[in-house]
Ligand binder design. Structure first.
Ligand code: SF4
Length: 155
């Protein structure tokens, strides 16, 4: 898996102060997408073991306390990304159990394969669905268009 950008401190993508990873790879081709540079799975930088350690270290940092991790893109549930995303969310929940995980995907919840759904066992909140330009609304919180749904799996 490749990633486009990593923000160790982010207050925009999800609630509170967070660490945010934008992965590469997306097949949805939404009209009006802001992140077209992330569509190619070969774009960006290799998501290697050092990046995983960086994310865990940032989430465990007691000087800048993060509420959790946000995973966006691109699409974290792009089929080629699922194995590494699954390994990442497992580690985060094991080593940073007090942190929440938000994940944005262009797939709707009811479209997910069995393999993609495995990731959701470790995710607190899924924001699902393609970006629909005709339903775009800048007043929406944490989503770009009104067809997208925020699913809270854990309270
Ligand atoms: S799912 Fe997101 S990254 Fe993918 S095309 Fe749609 S808006 Fe762009």
């Amino acid at each position: 898996m490749n990633y486009q950008q990593y923000f160790p401190v982010d207050v925009v993508n999800g609630p509170g102060t967070r660490a945010t990873l934008f992965v590469s790879g997306c097949e949805h081709q939404c009209r009006g997408c802001y992140n077209q540079s992330t569509w190619s799975p070969a774009a960006g930088h290799l998501f290697d073991a050092a990046m995983v350690e960086q994310i865990i270290t940032d989430l465990q940092d007691t000087r800048i306390v993060r509420r959790g991790l946000s995973l966006s893109g691109g699409d974290p549930l792009y089929p080629q990304n699922v194995a590494q995303i699954l390994a990442l969310v497992k580690r985060v929940k094991h080593e940073c159990p007090d942190k929440d995980i938000w994940l944005w995907s262009g797939y709707r919840l009811d479209e997910l394969s069995t393999v993609q759904r495995q990731v959701l066992h470790y995710v607190d909140v899924l924001v699902d669905g393609k970006f629909e330009q005709s339903l775009a609304d800048p007043s929406l919180r944490f989503r770009g268009s009104s067809n997208q749904v925020i699913h809270h799996f854990k309270q």
